[in-house]
Design a binder for this molecule. Structure first.
Ligand code: NAD
Length: 428
């Protein structure tokens, strides 16, 4: 029997892009800790994950060969409630990347003040290279391997890069079969007909744009014919572009891993969604020119929304950014040296742990609905999301003004303080 490794093909550039996520997360954390003058022991504890699990498991592929897959689940800090965080299926997934993403989840849940700790998971695989059956087998085996540390009161996964509502349905099923009853609250981001929440797909993008609109209000800028460029056209990017379009902004560019399209007069996003559904690609859309991901970051626009991957705005790309506002739909898209360059250029960054928190907020709503077996309509979800995003933006902004900090450091200081207080009140 042939046994091969399940890893997909990772290019060197992908490895480099992903490699620095933990360094970025630690550098941001160190800066906030210095400002907060946090106890050294407490800071040391908060810098490490509480629990980390690595799993290796076999899957029988369609051609009969057995392949080994490696996956991770990292729980960073559960002081404020059960751990919460997505699962990423990608060739470049590494334990360090998952650690960084889990840490950011702790801060994100604390910034928007929902009762969760932070977690993240990942499997090294290329879902595009797997058949539907193979993808289901990878998902079910991974779900069973991490089952000892997941559950509705313990750790609740959700979709992230490379995973979908269908993947969540399989995870829910694996857990439900083990326990003998349907357990909707074990994952979020599920399909609607098995307990998903109305408005979950749209949540991250809508949240991004709620924070953008609030930033315009706070800084006294006119929210009129705002020009937006969006990098990444998956869940976060698509719904950021759509929400921007619905708010009357002019979305001039979007992209995916293969490149993007640009039209200075604006792209009709609802029509683009139909085009992508029919043709599966961005190129070929009416009146739009091709643009590379690198060029997209440097386009003339008011709002640049990186919604793809970590480390896209670096010391190499940040100098050419022309936007007045960077809205971080992705997690960790800006490196610390790029942060410094953007600040120098007087460009405001709405940090990931605030900007893209709409996804986890509606995941929280979905979890509450699943536990109560009582479901809300979309208008209800959208209103509650808007309230939380606006309140959180103001919490962070007030912290920034009071301490004279940029929004990222202010958001981190707020989050770390909330988590540290929870640990201290509970007693260490
Ligand atoms: P996704 O898999 O749905 O989409 C990812 C998109 O990025 C795809 O369009 C892909 O083609 C594109 N992409 C990949 N590599 C790229 C590159 N080098 N340059 C440009 N585009 C590239 O994933 P998603 O769920 O939209 O997640 C995207 C980011 O948003 C991640 O950082 C994720 O952690 C973050 N995020 C997602 C959610 C959510 O609810 N889905 C919530 C918060 C944060």
């Amino acid at each position: 029997m042939e046994i091969a490794q399940g890893q997909g093909n990772m290019t060197n550039s992908q490895a480099n892009i992903q490699g620095g996520a933990l360094e970025t997360a630690h550098a941001q954390f160190d800066r906030a800790v210095q400002i907060l003058n946090l106890d050294v022991g407490l800071a040391d504890l908060l810098k490490s994950a509480q629990r980390e699990l690595t799993v290796n498991f076999p899957v029988k592929m369609d051609d009969g060969a057995v392949r080994r897959f490696t996956g991770y689940r990292v729980q960073h800090n559960a002081s404020r409630g059960p751990n919460k965080g997505g699962i990423r299926f990608a060739p470049y997934v590494s334990l360090d990347e998952v650690r960084a993403l889990a840490m950011w989840m702790t801060w994100k849940c604390a910034v928007v003040n929902i009762p969760y700790g932070g977690a993240k998971g990942g499997v090294i695989c290329d879902p595009k290279q797997l058949s539907v059956r193979e993808l289901e087998m990878v998902t079910r085996r991974y779900a069973n391997e991490i089952a000892p540390i997941t559950g509705p009161e313990v750790d609740i996964p959700a979709p992230d890069v490379g995973t979908t509502a269908q993947v969540m349905a399989w995870i829910m099923d694996a857990y439900s079969v083990r326990h003998g009853y349907a357990a909707p609250a074990v994952v979020t981001g599920k399909p609607l007909n098995i307990g998903g929440s109305a408005g979950r797909n749209e949540a991250t993008g809508r949240g991004v744009m709620f924070t953008v609109r609030e930033a315009y209000r706070v800084f006294g800028w006119r929210f009129d014919d705002v020009v937006v460029a969006v990098q990444g056209f998956g869940n976060a990017g698509t719904f950021t572009a759509l929400a921007a379009h619905e708010m009357g902004c002019r979305v001039v560019a979007v992209s995916n891993s293969k490149g993007g399209i640009y039209n200075s007069r604006g792209l009709d996003i609802p029509r683009l969604l139909v085009h992508v559904r029919e043709h599966g690609t961005l190129p070929g859309f009416d009146g739009a020119d091709g643009v590379t991901n690198y060029e997209l970051l440097a386009l003339p626009c008011d709002v640049l929304a990186p919604c793809a991957l970590e480390n896209q705005l670096t010391h190499e790309t940040a100098p050419s950014v022309q936007a007045r506002l960077v809205a971080e739909g992705a997690n960790g898209p800006t490196t610390p040296d790029a942060d410094a360059i953007l600040a120098e250029k007087n460009i405001t960054v709405i940090p990931d742990i605030l900007c893209n928190a709409g996804g986890v907020v509606v995941s929280y709503f979905e979890w509450v609905q699943g536990l109560q077996r009582m479901y809300w309509d979309e208008a209800d979800v959208a209103q509650r999301l808007e309230r939380i995003m606006i309140r959180s933006f103001w919490d962070v902004h007030e912290n920034a003004v009071r301490r004279n900090l940029d929004l990222r450091t202010a958001a981190l200081c707020l989050a770390i303080t909330r988590v540290a207080e929870a640990m201290q009140i509970r007693g260490m």
